[in-house]
Design a protein around this ligand. Sequence first.
Ligand code: HEC
Length: 357
Amino acid sequence: MADADGEAIYAASCANCHGLDGTGLAPSLVAFEEELPDFSDCDFAAREPDADWIAVAHEGGPVRGFSEMMPAFRGALTEEQLGRVMGYIRTLCTDQNWPRGELNLPRALLTEKAYPEDEWVVEVGVDLESEGSAMGAYVYEQRFGPRSQIEVVIPYGWRRGGGDEDNHDDHDDAHSTEGASHGIGDLVLAVKHSLYHDLGAGTIVSLMGEVILPTGDQDAGLGAPGTEVEAFLSLGQILPSDAFLQAQAGAAVPLYDGAASEGFGRILVGRTWTEGKWGRAWSPMLEVQAKRDLEGGGGTRIDLVPQVQFSLNTRQHVLANVGLLIPTGAEAGERPPLRLLAYLLLDWFDGGFFEGW
Ligand code: HEC
């Protein structure tokens, strides 16, 4: 089979379970209970990168937390041959509108990625220098259609305004116990749409619009006095040798008086390393963020955010990222505090939180 093309290898090695058309044989025709994936379903297939599928075919299902009913082909087929099989499997989804999973680059702490996602993310940010304030956010993202996604962000903030350091006796919806306040922040509703994607060039570009509603308690420092809208472009670019670049640029415009519109840009480079050949993925990144008032002067504020994203489970759909936000160059006395930033992410399309460990 050394020179056979991908389709011939697939027909000989894979089709007896997955079916020649890739839709998977009916349960009555196979001797196991696991449901077979449908390689012709673009919504499922396009988002899975070749490298993950080659890992599964080479090492068997358990390498990504799947069933051992998916056998390992490492004794029978080389990675190169499996690459050819992927070439065939990729012809089974015929709608090129779906951006490929390779373009789904590691999620940074601040830069919004261009790839539309099905994700739950819990984010936290903790001031390391000031009196003490922390922000958490619950992010829900859901794809619709080949290239679009909606997003809801529910932030939650804690702030210690001096006073009794030991007073943790907070109750649920009140905001203030002596000197400390906490509560819901400003709710964000967003829509993302991918304008352009090309796997060959390794590029994806998306447009995103957000409405930030004044649901947070303004007096407690947890919200703005009115609604704000934001629009930006995001870019994802695959670079050689597992490196990548992502960027985002846009503007935030308050729809109330007394606040200036702000322009912002973010850019990051990173690279992914894998433990062993098929193991845990580590993606260190360096992110730079710049912000500037668009009306009436003021300098540009620049933050550096070194960080590392890593996969937590075998299926690699539960991920974490930890980094530091380091403000630079701001006028003396006004420099915002150093912040610890982190998130925990579940790519829920690939399984529940407790699956695939
Ligand atoms: C003996 C039956 C059988 C054969 C032969 C087989 N598979 Fe599978 N395969 C399965 C089963 C069952 C699953 C689903 C496992 C699960 O969901 O836990 C699976 C899952 C997969 C997946 C994972 C898809 C995902 O969910 O991300 C890939 C990729 C795959 N197979 C590729 C191949 C390739 C390539 C071949 C041939 C070289 C092949 N399989 C041959 C049974 C088989």
